[in-house]
Design a protein around this ligand. Sequence first.
Ligand SMILES: [Zn+2]
Length: 161
Amino acid sequence: MIPETFAETKRYFLCPHCGKGKMFYSHLKVLDTFGPWHCDDCGCAVTGRITETGLEIEKHPERIVKTTEILRLEPAEPVVLLVEGMRFVDGKYASKTEDDEVGSKTFFYEENRSHLNTLHEVKGFITRGEVGEPFDLVKYVGYVDEPATEEQILEKYRRNT
Ligand SMILES: [Zn+2]
C-alpha cells in the first residue's frame, strides 16, 4: 500500500551572539515567552517572545560553559534499573515462550548493547524494596570544563576522591 505523506516545517532562529547556533522555536505559540536559552555553539543567553508576525529576542551577557560532571555510584545494595522496553506480540518476531523472550533480552542487555544506551532509557529504580528514587546513590565528585580529555577527567577524579 502507499501511505499518506506530509511535510513538516521546523522553525529556528540563529544565535544573535555568534550567528551559528540554531535555536528551535516551532513548538511555541503567539505570545509565548522563552528563555533564557543558551546557544549550543557559544553558550550565550537569549530570551524572547513569539509575536503575531514572528519573534523578538533579547541578548543577555551571561554565558554557559559545558562541563562533564563526575558522579560516583556508591550503592549500599544492588541498584535495580527500570528501563522502557518492548516485545513483539504477533508476526514472525514474537517469542513463543517467556523463557525465549528472557533469553533474547538477556543477550540484548548483557552482551549486545552499550550500557550507556541502556542508561539513557532509565525511567526508574527499585530501591529498598520499592519503586523509587535512591537519593543517596550518587556522590558528587567534581567537574571539568569541556572540551575535556580523559586524562583531565581522571586527574580531577583522583584529586577529589
Ligand atoms: Zn551562539
